[in-house]
Write a protein that binds this ligand. Structure first.
Ligand SMILES: [Zn+2]
Length: 95
């Protein structure tokens, strides 16, 4: 099996929920051949962003989009990491 991240060779390394797990010999990442749960779609990602900006909490977003709370939290952390840090300039300071 080829690694989906770096195309390196993978070795069998344990099981998770009765499915074979593979570990890449190059980048040491774990992966499976088939994934049961579908990925969260782009439209839902945008909706998370929208609802979050509207002031909804994580629980309400997860109820509306019918995805788990942890997924919402994970996506929000991802979105937060994409944002550039604000540059704070110190001006007009006096002692
Ligand atoms: Zn790899």
């Amino acid at each position: 099996m080829k690694c989906q991240y770096c195309k390196g060779n993978c070795i069998k390394k344990g099981c998770y929920k009765r499915r074979q797990l593979y570990q890449c010999k190059n980048c040491k990442k774990y992966q499976r051949t088939t994934y049961v749960k579908p990925k969260i779609q782009e439209t839902k990602k945008n909706q998370i962003k929208l609802y979050h900006n509207e002031g909804l909490g994580i629980s309400s977003i997860s109820r509306i989009l019918t995805i788990s709370k942890s997924s919402v939290q994970r996506k929000l952390t991802e979105l937060a990491k994409q944002q550039p840090k604000p540059v704070i300039q110190e001006t007009q300071q006096s002692l």
